[in-house]
Design a protein around this ligand. Structure first.
Ligand code: F6P
Length: 547
C-alpha cells in the first residue's frame, strides 16, 4: 500500500488545513511551556523543535505515520544486518563500526565485531608509528604531511571531521584532501609538500573511481620523480578499500591496505578505515571518542520512544514540510566556523541517500522524497542568503547548530555569534507585522508618504520553521553523535518514503557517458554521434586544445 493511502498520511493532510491557519507567534503566546514541551535532550545534545508549525496533535499524527510505515521494524532489520539495501543485496551496518569492543555479529560467515577490531588495531598501530615518528620516509625523516586522495564518501566525511576537530589535532601531521579530478586540486595541494615526508592515503571503497585513481597516479608520478626508487612507494602510499585485487594492481602492498566491507556504504564510511586521516590528525584515542559519540546516538535512536527520539522527530518534521507543505528545500546553518564543511557532507548523506523516485516495489513513488540540502556557517550566511529565508515567497525550514562554548575564546565574539543565532530563529518565527513596521518608521521620523511606500517591503511574514540543535562544545564525542543523528534521520525518511536509501544508481549514467566521451576528446575525429549540443561542446574543446 502506498504510504499516501495510510490513515496517518490522510489525517496529516487534513490536519495541515488547520495548522496552516496558525501562527507560531500565537502558539508561543498561548503556551508558556512550549519550549519545554517541544524540546528533547539526550546526553549533551538538546533539540529545540518548538519553533515548528506544529501542535501536540501534529506530533501524534506524525508518530502514527512512523508506526504505520514500520520504522521500528526497518530499524530492527538494519541493526540486525538484514539486506535492506535490496538493489545491491547488501546489509547496512555502519552502526557495527561504532559498537563497543565486546560486540560480535555473524553475517554471511563473517564475525563482524572481530573484523572491525582487527582493522581498528591496525589503524591504532599505524597511527602510533606515524605520530611517534618511528615510521620513516625514504630519506629517513618522519612523516609530516598526509594527503587523503578520495572522493564522495571517501573524502567528504574525513575532510568535514578533520576540519571540525582542528582544535584537537596535536600538530604531529598536517592533513590535506584531494578529491576533484580538476588537476588544479592535486597540483595546488602538492605544491609546497616534500615527497620524503609525505604519506598518501588512497581512499576508495571500490578502488575503481576514475577521479581517485587518476589523482593517485598523478601523486605516484610526482613522488617517483623525486624518490626515483619504486621500492620507496611502500613507505609513502597506503590504501583504504574493500578491493584488495585493485589495490595490489595499483602497486600498494596488501600490508599497507586498511580493509572495510561492502556492508559499509560510501557515505556512511567515515567510521571505518576511511577515517584513517581523522585518526592520524587527531590521534587514535580521539577517533574512538568520535565512534563512542555515534554509538551513544545509535542507542538513543534504538531505545527512545518516537515522541522523544531526536532522529525520528527530525525525519518526521522534514516529511511534514516536504510532503504536506510542498517545501522541498532544507537549510543547515552551523554557528561554528569549524563545522564549515558540514552542509557539504550532509548534501551527500541526504541527497545521495534519498534523492530517489522508485519505491520498494519498483514503482514511481508519486510524492516528493529527499529535499535539496544546503547551507553555510552563520553569521556569513546571514549576509548572503538569509534575505530569501526571511522574505522569499515560500518558507524553507532551517536547522541551526550551536555549540554553547567556543573553542576559541576571543572577547565578545561568541556572545555576538550566539545572539545572532538566537535572533535569527526568533525573527524567522515571529516576523514583523505592519503595525510594528509602521511604528518603527514613524518613531524614526519618516514622512507618511514614504511609510506607505516602504511598508510592504518592511514586512516579515514569520511563521518560518527552525530546529535548534545545541550542545556544550564541539568535541569528537559530540560530533560523532551529531553525524549519527543525521544518518538516522535520513534512514527514517527513506523508510517512510519506501525507497532504498543505500544505493546510488543515479551517479552511474554520467560516469558511463564521461567514459565514452573521453576517447572522443582524445581521438582523431570530430564527435558526430551525440546530439548537436554535446557534439558542439566536445568539438569546441577539441579545437581549443589543437586536436
Ligand atoms: O558518487 C558515487 C560514489 O559511489 C559515492 O557513493 C562514493 O562515496 C564515491 O562514489 C566514491 O566511491 P569510492 O569510495 O568507491 O571511490
Amino acid at each position: 500500500m502506498s504510504i499516501q493511502n495510510s490513515p496517518a498520511w490522510k489525517a496529516l493532510a487534513s490536519h495541515k488545513q488547520d495548522v496552516e491557519r496558525l501562527h507560531m507567534k500565537e502558539l508561543f503566546a498561548d503556551d508558556a511551556e512550549r519550549f519545554e514541551r517541544f524540546s528533547i535532550r539526550t546526553g549533551d545534545l538538546l533539540l529545540d523543535y518548538s519553533k515548528n508549525r506544529i501542535n501536540g496533535k501534529t506530533i501524534k499524527l506524525l508518530n502514527s505515520l512512523a508506526e504505520e510505515a514500520d520504522v521500528e521494524g526497518y530499524r530492527a532489520k538494519m541493526f540486525a544486518g538484514r539486506k535492506i539495501n535490496f538493489t545491491e543485496q547488501r546489509a547496512v551496518l555502519h552502526t557495527a563500526l561504532r559498537q563497543p569492543e565486546s560486540f560480535r555479529m555473524e553475517l554471511d560467515g563473517q564475525t563482524i565485531g572481530c573484523d572491525v577490531r582487527e582493522v581498528l588495531a591496525q589503524m591504532r598501530s599505524f597511527c602510533g608509528l606515524i605520530l611517534s615518528g618511528e615510521w620513516k620516509g625514504y630519506s629517513g625523516k618522519a612523516i609530516t604531511d598526509v594527503v587523503n586522495i578520495g572522493i564522495g564518501g571517501s573524502d567528504l566525511g574525513p575532510y568535514m571531521v578533520t576540519e571540525a576537530l582542528r582544535p584537537f589535532a596535536d600538530g604531529a601531521v598536517k592533513v590535506h584532501f584531494v578529491s576533484n579530478i580538476d588537476g588544479t586540486h592535486i597540483i595546488e595541494t602538492l605544491r609546497g609538500l616534500d615527497a620524503d615526508t609525505t604519506l598518501f592515503i588512497i581512499a576508495s571503497k571500490t578502488f575503481t573511481t576514475q577521479e581517485t585513481l587518476t589523482n593517485a597516479h598523478t601523486a605516484r608520478k610526482w613522488f617517483l620523480d623525486k624518490a626515483v626508487d619504486e621500492s620507496f612507494i611502500a613507505r609513502h602510499f597506503v590504501a583504504v578499500s574493500t578491493n584488495q585485487e585493485k589495490v595490489e594492481e595499483f602497486g600498494i602492498d596488501a600490508h599497507n591496505m586498511f580493509r572495510f566491507w561492502d556492508w559499509v556504504g560510501g557515505r556512511y564510511s567515515l567510521w571505518s578505515s576511511i577515517g584513517l586521516a581523522i585518526a592520524l590528525y587527531v590521534g587514535f584515542e580521539r577517533f574512538t571518542e568520535l565512534l563512542a559519540g555515534a554509538h551513544a546516538m545509535d542507542e538513543h535512536f534504538l531505545t527512545a520512544p518516537f515522541e522523544n527520539n531526536i532522529p525520528v522527530l527530525l525525519a518526521l518534521l522534514g516529511i511534514w514540510y516536504n510532503n504536506f507543505f510542498d517545501v522541498h528545500s532544507h537549510a543547515v546553518i552551523p554557528y561554528d566556523q569549524y563545522l564549515h564543511r558540514l552542509p557539504a557532507y550532509l548534501q551527500q548523506l541526504d541527497m545521495e541517500s534519498n534523492g530517489k523516485r522508485i519505491d520498494r516495489e519498483g514503482d514511481e513513488v508519486g510524492y516528493a522524497t529527499g529535499p535539496v540540502i544546503w547551507g553555510e556557517p552563520g553569521t556569513n550566511s546571514q549576509h548572503a542568503f538569509f534575505q530569501l529565508l526571511h522574505q522569499g515567497p515560500n518558507f524553507i525550514p532551517v536547522d541551526f547548530i550551536v555549540p554553547l562554548k567556543s573553542q576559541n575564546q576571543a572577547g565578545k565574539h561568541h556572545d555576538i555569534l550566539l545572539a545572532n543565532c538566537f535572533a535569527q530563529t526568533e525573527a524567522l518565527m515571529r516576523g514583523k507585522t505592519a503595525k510594528e513596521a509602521e511604528k518603527e518608521m514613524r518613531d524614526a521620523g519618516m514622512p507618511e508618504e514614504r511609510i506607505e511606500q516602504l511598508l510592504p517591503h518592511k514586512l516579515f511574514p514569520g511563521n518560518r520553521p527552525t530546529n535548534t540543535l545545541v550542545f556544550s562544545e564541539i568535541n569528537p564525542f559530540n560530533l560523532g553523535s551529531l553525524i549519527a543523528m543525521y544518518e538516522h534521520k535520513v534512514f527514517v525518511q527513506g523508510v517512510i518514503w519506501r525507497i532504498n536509501s543505500f544505493d546510488q544508481w543515479g551517479v552511474e549514467l554520467g560516469k558511463q557517458l564521461a567514459k565514452a566521451i573521453l576517447p572522443e576528446i582524445q581521438g582523431e575525429q570530430d564527435a558526430k554521434t551525440h546530439d548537436s549540443s554535446t557534439n558542439g561542446l566536445i568539438n569546441l574543446y577539441r579545437q581549443s586544445r589543437g586536436s
